[in-house]
Design a protein around this ligand. Structure first.
Ligand code: SF4
Length: 148
């Protein structure tokens, strides 16, 4: 039987829209196929043109690369301009934050992101079932990869 998650009573999170996770620091926003389709439609581009214009390939080991959004030279997300310009079509990675497998794995990893995100442990409580559904969404919608 799988061990009981530390968040069996749920976890509190409400985004304050401070944009700290979208700007200032280098990072990756990895994209699934459905992310690309949704974003390409939002900016009225074809799938391959969208990848050419807004994406970059990140080496991921084992001879593969993963698809991520580009960022600006100051590390802002390519789609950040006084807020997220594609909010309704934003990638699953952004939609499901901070309920990522790597963050909710342990109480320590959840606590560690508090320093970066003022929404953690604030506001709305998300149930264990809701968190499990978000984790499943990511699992079912894998990041686009290619051979190097
Ligand atoms: S750092 Fe947290 S509170 Fe700020 S925009 Fe990102 S998710 Fe929202």
């Amino acid at each position: 039987m799988a061990p009981k998650p530390f968040y069996s009573d749920g976890l509190k999170f409400s985004c304050t829209r401070c944009s700290a996770c979208c700007r200032f620091d280098p990072g990756f926003v990895f994209l699934s196929d459905s992310d690309i389709n949704r974003l390409a439609q939002a900016v009225q581009m074809h799938y391959t043109d969208f990848i050419e214009t807004y994406c970059r390939w990140i080496p991921s080991g084992g001879g593969y690369e993963q698809l991520s959004l580009k960022e600006r030279s100051n590390y802002d997300c390519i789609f950040w301009k006084d807020g997220c310009t594609v909010y309704d079509a934003r990638p699953l990675q952004c939609r499901t934050y901070p309920f990522w497998a790597s963050i909710v794995l342990h109480k320590e990893s959840w606590e560690a992101v508090k320093a970066e995100c003022p929404g953690i442990d604030q506001g709305q409580r998300h149930s264990k079932e809701e968190i499990a559904a978000l984790l499943q969404m990511r699992e079912k919608d894998p990041i686009v990869v290619r051979r190097r």
